[in-house]
Design a protein. Structure first.
Length: 436
């Protein structure tokens, strides 16, 4: 009998066809946030109806914003303006979403009310001091478990003052949290990162009429009296979801897959650079922009991959794609080394340890390091049973691994894929994958 919440993928002969991936998760969150604090009616098309972004909608509804859906990808946000948010009458639940809790920590710090946020078991283990510390430098009053390091977080809204924060890590969640707090503060708020992280907040702030300057790795906004105005937002397809299809089409022989309307923002497109360095056959066509965000169609045909080194500035540009890159690396010719990627340890799971442990269950040997992982190429993927550990990207990485495995791979806690790619099973099946 089939175990509950378990799903199997089988070896495939080829993948073929044209497809789209759901809307970008980071951009969908930001469209709800900026739509809520702008004045007027924001229309969002190709919104990601994944659980994380639905959590953001739920939080803003509890803050008094009227958000309606024409369909599950077409959303209308009746913005209330920055001053129009209301004290929630109950705890805000962010589910599995780190982006929601960290970005909202900044925004809620500058209100004139009290709020509490919590999330699932994974969220309650993830570090929140990385946003609490800089926000406290701005005057924020945030409390949480373990001296404020862990959620639930309670926030007493207060008047904030500007800072120039030198972030020790390249993190869009930290940067965005400070910028969203900065909107309240009178004066210039600056964030400098060691390496540039994804810049969707900066681009969308500009689109909504915010005053923002970017110089190298430093972002400056003028806070205090900013009024944002409603927009029509077309969300590009999520390159982090497309990554699973890019690797799948590369490793399954005789494949040709066209993924249409994918966001190719340079702060996110490291996966394309890494796969091309591995000899993948990837071509971008129909390049254009949705608002400030670059978009393209991506054509991938099978190829013989080789190992590579993934490090330095490339890491923030593909941080969420490391699990799926490890599947490509195991099959490539030669070794692959991932380093400078300590951040992987504080994602939805510790993705260095979890990938190492789960790879072993399908016969793949890797060497975990403090800040990355090393993996020899030319390995054979056996069948087996793995656990997603409720991490969407772990689940999908092993679904792709199964396509070139000797036997089926059973994925426990498969439901996690709904966090970012709710129709993953349907998209894979339409391209020729077999699963049950
Ligand atoms: C995200 C930023 C990244 C990424 C996450 C989404 C965002 O996290 O891993 O999936 O939308 O800002 P960090 O900012 O912690 O690197």
């Amino acid at each position: 009998m089939k175990k509950p919440n378990t799903f199997s993928f089988f070896p495939a002969k080829k993948l073929q066809g044209e497809t789209e991936v759901p809307g970008d998760k980071s951009i969908s969150h930001r469209a709800i946030i900026f739509g809520s604090i702008a004045e007027g009616t924001t229309k969002i098309e190709n919104f990601l109806p994944g659980l994380d972004c639905l959590s953001t909608i739920d939080c803003f509804r509890r803050l008094g914003v009227n958000i309606t859906a024409k369909s599950n990808t077409s959303i209308i946000v009746n913005g209330v303006g920055l001053q129009g948010l209301n004290e929630p009458t109950d705890i805000l639940d962010v589910g599995n979403s780190g982006t929601t809790i960290r970005l909202l920590s900044g925004l809620l710090s500058g209100t004139n009310f009290y709020s509490v946020m919590t999330g699932d078991a994974s969220i309650r283990k993830r570090p929140m001091d990385r946003v609490k510390k800089p926000l406290e430098q701005m005057g924020a009053r945030i409390h949480g478990r373990d001296n404020g390091r862990l959620a639930p977080l309670s926030i007493i809204g207060t008047k904030l003052t500007p800072i120039h924060y030198q972030s020790p890590v390249a993190s869009a969640q930290i940067k965005s949290s400070i910028l969203l707090a900065g909107i309240w503060a009178e004066g210039h708020i600056k964030v400098t990162e060691p390496t540039k992280s994804r810049d969707h907040t900066e681009l969308m702030y500009k689109t909504f009429g915010g005053d923002i300057e970017v110089e190298g790795n430093t972002v400056t906004i003028a806070g205090g009296s900013t009024r944002l105005s409603a927009q029509e937002v077309q969300v590009p397809g999520d390159i982090s979801s497309a990554a699973f299809l890019m690797v799948a089409a590369s490793i399954v022989p005789n494949s040709e897959v066209l993924i249409k309307n994918v966001g190719v923002n340079p702060t996110r497109s490291g996966i394309i650079d890494a796969l091309q360095a591995m000899n993948a056959n990837i071509k971008l066509t129909n390049e254009r922009k949705y608002g400030e965000e670059p978009v393209a169609d991506i054509l991938v045909t099978s190829s013989h991959l080789k190992g590579t080194i993934i490090e330095g500035n490339l890491i923030p540009r593909l941080i969420d794609e490391v699990p799926i890159l490890l599947i490509a690396a195991a099959l490539a010719e030669g070794d692959t080394i991932v380093k400078d990627a300590k951040e992987l340890r504080v994602k939805e799971t510790d993705r260095i340890q979890v990938m190492h442990d789960e790879l072993l269950k399908v016969g793949i040997i890797s060497t975990p390091k403090e800040d990355g992982i090393e993996i020899a190429g030319n390995q054979m993927i056996s069948g087996g049973t793995i656990d997603s550990h409720h991490d969407h990207r772990i689940g999908m990485a092993f679904a792709v691994a199964a396509l070139t495995a000797k036997d089926k791979i059973e994925i426990e806690n498969y439901d996690a894929v709904k966090v970012s790619f709710p129709n993953f099973t349907e998209v894979m099946t339409a391209l020729g994958a077999k699963c049950e």
